[in-house]
Design a protein around this ligand. Sequence first.
Ligand code: FEO
Length: 386
Amino acid sequence: MQAIEIKPDIFWVGAVDWSMRSFHGYSTDRGSTYNAYLILDEKVTLIDTVKAPFADDLVSRVSSVIDPAKIDYIISNHTEPDHSGSLPIMARCCPNATIITSSPQGLKGLTSRYGNLPYQAVKTGEELSLGKRTLKFIATPMLHWPDSMVTYCPEEKILFSNDAFGQHLASSNRFDDENDLPTVMKEAKKYYANILMLFGKQAQDALKALSAFDIETIAVGHGVLWRSHILDILASYEKWSEGEVDDHAVIVFDTMWGSTERIADVIADAFAEKGIPVSFFDLRSNHISDIMTEILTSKYLAVGSPTLNNQMMPSVAGFLCYLKGFQPKGRQAFAFGSYGWGGQSVGLVEDGLKDAGCEICLEKIRVTNVPTKEQLAAIRDQILSI
Ligand code: FEO
């Protein structure tokens, strides 16, 4: 396998994972990449590694440029195994390399995963001279792990951003402008929603720290590199991390015999009547990570479930558990559903929405068995009144 030169003497040496369809539960319909970069300078430097099963790809691409034994530094921006998994193999292939990691969390994380390797821990603001080039390390704690950091090279105006600004997107092209931009932005949004959404404050802090740097290339840890649409992705991160939402409604439900779905239809129509666009997700056929992507920028959230054995449907419970993890503050939400007897589900859904940090903007909508025309008309009026 060949390295790809992205700037003179700087090479992409990562791996493309065309087949991956789930990243710990986040659906990755377009696969992903694990990006690593090789810098040839007086000190030869590898930035990040790849997921362990792809170690041969990394070694092969590095070897297409230089003997891996000549690597002096391996920068580990993040200890999660999709980036650090090949470190033990690279440590063997690169016996002269010092592994640079963040202090103290990176050092702690790598040591507990891989034992004692030749680590050097760096704090935010520290610099490392490679010869003609310098690397500056900036801690980005909880973006999205405690150890996370990014690395900036001022001479090349490259930010090696690891998870930040990434996308799970497998492509044979390495740059944003060589791919379909709406697809890249859609995957960047899905990535932010499902990996970073809980960490808006930390993302804001990172954006503030990075605003001091002149950046011409963002060399991400996943997906395609940004060089032509840097302002677009930075503006999107500003919006997403601030929690800025559009007048948009997300409707999520499961149904047993169609009554909860009928209510969902009327809610969708009523929002449309108000001029508010709707994303409509039946949990039987939609993945929670796609739903979260829409919730990221939507003001309204309606969640429906019939009652099953005194509970909400398990699919709805799973969705609410996932939502709670992201704490999407300020969404205007309400619960709806039908029931035969008992009817506990709608209250449980409302409790789940509150636990997820949503603001309840409408009284629970509960219907026995099958909604009548009058009940559906009343539901429409309720939505119009929001
Ligand atoms: Fe791409 Fe947090 O690992």
